[in-house]
Design a protein around this ligand. Structure first.
Ligand code: ASP
Length: 436
């Protein structure tokens, strides 16, 4: 049994709706369908969710929102027209306008994008519509309640052999609508897959899964056919944007694989995200990702090693400023804290002052404009010389490595280079491991 989530670009207009219907009906195992709100039809277009947020903001500050709401209604009416479904949106849009005038919550307004798209898609597929407010539960503080939702999903959906359930939102027990963060339909799909004990969670977007490196840097980057949840997590953190971060956990816990697929190329098998995958010793690297915008705060102090609590005091300073650290390379008498520049720079002077005061380093320096590259692969653990190959590849380009970090899981080697060397270093690693 398959749970299939379709993203905003897969449902942006009538043509896309038709593709979705073909996909859903081409496999009778696709039983629960999770739609996003209509996304952009092309560059410069608006996502319905953004328009809804704009309506809410206008209403909140006493401005007119009717024209914006009218644009949203037109989008749905255009889709209904193109797919030949007669659907009267009058009552729904009157409700939304009334709620806006009454000063309803931002979450409620945002959720209407998925709600209406779900109703329209259900009518088109001739599937029942099940409101996500019935099965996705949040507590009064807006936190998602996984176990309660899981129980609701299995009991409510057992009555529906097939259904369309809108993504992105749910409700508190009293019916108050709550949403996930942006892109949250991915999470709904994952939760529904877990709750219905699906065999596969399909996530349909407009790309055929994941590439081994960012195709803006490596134009002919190869496609990844299979990747483990853990590898994906490492790569996503370092810049691969594939799924909402929180979407992995429900299915991962239930051992359900995620299949990333392309609505515009449904024959392409896409990428499978699985709990464990076979290791090909000749290809130790699964993917390479990286980001710019880091900064290293380097501390040096004689006998640091013998000073109990030094590391904790250093990290306490960052914690007090609400800055989380990314990497922490340490030496005998040195410790470097690597953080995102955007978080540190606005408070740099204060942080340095506190470090001086709390740990009295002999030397304190800041190196800005660092990029970090993650070379990730489940095959590295069984392989000799991966690190040597990686460093050789980078150094042969005349690039100096500013920091190195490898966790003992041997799943990921992280190197820091100057931002200006980022693209070349990434290409060098790609050539060394993937192009070979
Ligand atoms: N429509 C929501 C957004 O634009 C949620 C989603 O598409 O997953 O963020």
């Amino acid at each position: 049994m398959i749970v299939a989530k379709f993203g905003g670009s897969s449902l942006a207009d009538g043509t896309q709706f038709k593709k979705v219907k073909n996909i859903v009906l081409s496999d009778s195992e696709r039983k629960y369908i999770i739609p996003s709100a209509p996304g952009k039809r092309g560059p410069g277009d608006d996502k319905v969710t953004d328009l809804l947020y704009a309506c809410h903001e206008a209403a909140l500050s006493g401005k007119v929102f009717k024209h914006l709401l009218g644009r949203i209604r037109e989008r749905y009416e255009e889709i209904a027209d193109e797919i030949g479904v007669s659907f009267d949106f009058t009552a729904d849009f009157e409700d939304i306008a009334n709620e806006l005038t009454k000063g309803t919550t931002r979450d409620y307004i945002a959720s209407r994008g998925e709600f209406l798209n779900g109703k329209l898609l259900a009518a088109y597929l001739e599937f029942p519509f099940v409101d996500a407010a019935r099965v996705i539960r949040f507590d009064q503080n807006g936190h998602f309640m996984e176990e309660e939702s899981n129980a609701l999903i299995s009991s409510v959906l057992s009555e529906y052999p097939r259904a369309v359930i809108p993504g992105f939102y749910g409700a508190e027990e009293n019916g108050e609508i709550r949403t996930f963060t942006r892109g949250g339909s991915d999470i709904t799909g994952s939760i529904i897959a877990r709750g219905t004990k699906a065999d596969i969670y399909e996530n349909w977007t407009d790309v055929s899964g994941i590439m081994m490196a960012d195709p803006r840097i490596i134009r002919d980057a190869m496609h990844i056919s299979e990747i483990t949840y853990r590898e994906l997590r490492e790569l996503s953190y370092m810049g691969f944007s594939v799924l909402h971060d929180d979407a992995v956990f429900p299915v991962r816990r239930a051992g359900i694989p995620i299949n990333l697929r392309n609505t515009n190329d449904p024959k392409h098998p896409g990428t499978m995200i699985v709990a464990s995958a076979k290791i090909d010793a000749s290809h130790p690297v699964t993917g390479i990702a990286g980001r710019k915008g880091f900064c290293a705060v380097a501390l040096e102090k004689d006998m640091m090693n013998a000073e109990l609590g030094f590391g904790r005091r250093v990290l306490q300073v960052f914690e007090d400023f609400g800055i989380s650290f990314e990497l922490l390379p340490t030496g005998i008498d040195t410790m470097t804290v690597i953080v995102e520049s955007a978080k540190l720079m606005p408070r740099l002077e204060e942080v340095l002052e506190r470090l001086q005061k709390d740990v009295h380093p002999d030397h304190l320096a800041v190196h800005d404009k660092l990029a970090i590259i993650a070379t990730v692969g489940r095959g590295m653990v069984r392989n000799f010389g991966t690190a040597a190959r990686l460093f050789t590849a980078i150094s042969q380009q005349g690039i100096s490595i500013r920091t190195i970090d490898q966790g003992s899981s041997e799943l990921n080697i992280l190197v820091g280079v100057d931002e200006s060397d980022f693209e070349n270093a990434l290409r060098a690693i790609y050539d060394a491991f993937i192009r070979m």
